[in-house]
Design a protein around this ligand. Structure first.
Ligand SMILES: [Zn+2]
Length: 228
């Protein structure tokens, strides 16, 4: 993605790396690339609200005559992020404490987990082939069973097999684990839908995570706008 954006920039389109405006100490380490930060900052709405300041500033530099509407849009966006943050605290906080474990496809949720008190386990790279991976799956199954975690989550990019291995493994030990649904991680939902907006994407994630792990949430999310 960085390479693509550099090419766009070289072609004369302004490109602003807004996450780079965030204070270094608010970024989390990227386990695969020790010298780069974990890029999934938009999963924490308070961080994304701050990153949006950099977008507002860049747009205002490019088109100063529209500064007022940029400022209005930024204020509205930051207010929506604050509401999402309050909703997430309440929703995730309603999950029984032992079940606050989020098992997802790839490592996209470390900012989300850190902000709202969820332990994060990623099944990326776990293939049922290699012996080391079998041990990793076994350890994760044990955690699901011991903590009575009721659900794991998929993303479209994940091999079903690893998820199924977890569900079957827990089932073999008498603990039923459900598929909690599909989370948005690196992309939003379809254009034109609520889930196709930043607000709707985060609303969707918060709502299905909290519900599947035993928390209390409104049936169609923060604004009553999630697809039924
Ligand atoms: Zn990602």
């Amino acid at each position: 993605m960085g390479d693509v954006l550099e090419r766009v920039s070289a072609a004369g389109k302004p490109v602003v790396a807004i996450a780079e405006s965030l204070p270094r100490e608010r970024l989390r380490a990227n386990p695969d690339h020790p010298d780069a930060a974990d890029p999934h900052v938009w999963m924490d709405p308070t961080l994304w609200a701050d990153a949006a300041n950099a977008a507002g500033a860049a747009l205002t530099r490019l088109a100063p005559e529209a500064r007022e509407s940029f400022a209005d849009n930024l204020a509205g966006f930051r207010a929506r992020c604050a509401r999402l943050d309050a909703y997430a605290k309440e929703a995730i906080g309603s999950i029984p404490p032992t079940a606050r474990v989020l098992v997802t496809a790839h490592d996209a949720f470390s900012y989300f987990g850190a902000r709202y008190g969820l332990e994060i386990e990623s099944i990326q790279g776990l293939s049922t082939e290699a012996e080391a991976n079998l041990a990793a799956i076994e350890a994760l199954v044990r955690k699901l069973v011991d903590r009575r975690v009721p659900a794991v989550f998929a993303e479209t990019s994940v091999p079903d097999r690893a998820v199924r291995a977890l569900i079957e493994g827990a089932g073999a030990r008498g603990h039923r684990v459900a598929l909690g649904g599909n989370l948005f991680s690196d992309a939003m939902g379809r254009p034109g839908t609520h889930e196709g907006t930043y607000e709707g994407m985060i609303d969707h994630n918060i709502t299905i995570i909290a519900r599947a792990l035993g928390g209390r949430v409104p049936p169609r999310g923060l604004n009553g706008r999630l697809a039924a």
